[in-house]
Design a protein. Structure first.
Length: 331
């Protein structure tokens, strides 16, 4: 696999599992197979108590499994093992071999990740392909390493020169706060490696990450804005006598442009765009309510009720989306 392919997979990755050769005392491939089925994109094999020659075999098996499932395998702090096993990359800490020296050993085709624990380390990590940011919470997998909290995650969200994964004591109970702080990628150890059901644990984390990244209400609002814009343009283009119908082609084009601008703003998670779209929803709910009051047929009344219900649901859900966007802005 070329480095471009690996970086493309890295850019799409959201859930990263770090484990040893016997995760939770179980067979490595059993746990990895379940974790990959649950949504893990990257696996890091971190084994501190095994010699290089002994680690090559399990690393090679893990690399084959990951390649078959479309995931990446990273080896922790063992460039030569990564090369021998056919892994996709190497991960190093601040006290390990510098990234430049690792690059000389593994060449240009492998990914290199680096752990960061402070803003200065994030700023200086431009030579790496991705960063680990943490530990967010204290964790027994990093004894003696103080937790950095969510502030460093917020800093990374604004300043990281490369994709970053928040790591350190993250699980289903606290992942929402990590994502609200600006992380879009998460790395875990015990939450999956020691879970009774690694597949279910991975799936729950992945669903939380994907939902925070693209809340269903925001997706629905973008889709509605685009569809209505297209409908307005198509309707204006197919109606010949627009003046009798109280509309005009320039007016339709203006309305469509506004809707597409709002859709673009919501896609980029802009607070003003969500707020403006909610204003349009409120107007739609009012107009549809008035139409319901004068509806002369059951069919017309049913259409109005559906419109009011959907508009109300979307309005309420977007209020929560705006709360998240505003909280992230204030931080």
């Amino acid at each position: 696999m070329s480095v471009d392919d690996r970086r493309a997979r890295l850019s799409r990755a959201r859930l990263y599992l770090v484990c040893d050769a016997k995760p939770g005392g179980r067979e490595l491939l059993d746990v990895l197979g379940a974790a990959l089925a649950g949504g893990v994109d990257i696996v890091q094999l971190r084994e501190k108590g095994m010699e290089d020659h002994a680690l090559i075999a399990p690393a090679r098996e893990a690399a084959r499994l990951c390649a078959r499932e479309g995931a990446l395998l990273i080896v922790n702090d063992r460039p030569l093992v990564a090369l021998a096993a056919g892994a996709d990359g190497v991960h190093v800490g601040q006290e390990d071999m510098p990234v430049a020296e690792v690059r000389e050993l593994v060449g240009e085709e492998m990914l290199i990740g680096v752990s960061t624990h402070a803003p200065a380390e994030i700023d200086a990590a431009g030579e790496a392909d991705y960063l680990g940011v943490g530990p967010v919470h204290a964790t027994p997998t990093k004894p003696g390493r103080p937790a950095v909290g969510l502030e460093l995650v917020r800093y990374a969200a604004e300043h990281a020169p490369r994709p970053f994964f928040a790591i350190g004591g993250i699980d289903n109970e606290n992942v929402d706060a990590v994502l609200a702080a600006g992380a879009t990628r998460v790395a875990v150890v015990r939450a999956i490696a020691q879970a009774p059901d690694p597949e279910a644990a991975a799936r729950a984390l992945r669903e939380a990450i994907d939902e925070k990244r693209w809340p269903p209400a925001l997706v629905a609002a973008i889709a509605v804005a685009v569809l209505v814009a297209v409908a307005v343009l198509v309707g204006a283009a197919t109606v010949h006598d627009l003046s009798r119908r109280g509309g005009s082609l320039p007016g339709a084009a203006f309305l469509a442009a506004v809707l597409l601008m709002l859709a673009s703003g919501m896609y980029r998670r802009r607070y003003w765009a969500v707020l403006s779209f909610e204003g349009l929803l409120a107007f739609q709910i009012i107009v549809t309510s008035l139409a319901l009051a004068v509806a002369s047929t059951l069919r017309a009344a049913a259409v109005c009720v559906v419109g009011i219900g959907f508009g109300g649901w979307l309005f309420w859900k977007l209020v929560k989306v705006m709360g998240r966007l505003q909280a992230q802005h204030l931080r």
